[in-house]
Design a protein around this ligand. Sequence first.
Ligand code: SF4
Ligand code: SF4
Length: 296
Amino acid sequence: MTAQQHSERSLTRRNFVKAGAIACASGLFALNGCTLEEVKHSQLESDFKGIESKQYGLAINVSMLDALGGQEFIDTIIAACHSYHNVPQIDDPKHSIDWIWTQSYEEAFSDIASTYVDEKTASYAYPVMCNHCTDPQCVRVCPTQTTFKRPDGIVMMDYHRCIGCRFCMSACPYGARNLNFMDPRPYVDKATMNPGYPTRSKGVVEKCTLCYELIDQGSVPVCVQAAYGCITFGDLTDENSEIRQVLAQAFSIRRRVELGTGPNVYYIFDDSALYTNAFTGGEGTLFEEDLLEGGE
Ligand code: SF4
Ligand code: SF4
């Protein structure tokens, strides 16, 4: 991103106040108490230098997740994400915050779910999160540019700018966004909290940011690291990327494609990866006996 583009996207004091006034007039938000000084010092204003046009995405192999334990295994992936990002653990479903969670086939793919879908497909647990859409509706409706798209396709959150108007929550067809109705900090486990990741405050919306902080360091998202090869991350515009290789070899579906948002999380059905070096870490058939029922 050029300096000019960067400064064009940056909120001036005047724009911020104007955007706040517009949203305030709608009566839908409460200010979260952040200052313009915080806005000015937002960590997300920086660091776009050198990022070329890409579209990062994820390919989630639901067959493999099922083979590794299904919901139980996915729960460990969810825990890794939530723990790393200091996501508050609130039991009340009306106020709970989730960056990644599971849905049934019928819930996740309500538009295509068929009464006569095969039993395996219907039985899988599907991890769902922000789809880092190519044409994200949340970005279009956000009055303060709290949520914006980076040149590498990641749909970001700048928590300091969020005024809690919830326009983005209404616009997202995937329910990927959560509003902190109450102060989330008492619900972050102090014993395990990650001091390197910022906590959020009451009145702020949060969601998966594709672990941009790790990607910027040349690493991969936490869920990818925790998934034992069941989730592949990469640039979907690069035909040589690992994610494109994975997608080229297996049947995949995405959520609500008919809406035109261009979701970039793919769900693939392929248990042949059980036998590949990628999955076994180069150790041959490490998991075969453990994973395959009657695999003796
Ligand atoms: S899934 Fe929702 S929050 Fe994520 S980019 Fe798409 S519209 Fe925005
Ligand atoms: S990409 Fe990062 S933030 Fe998003 S679900 Fe995975 S671990 Fe969580």
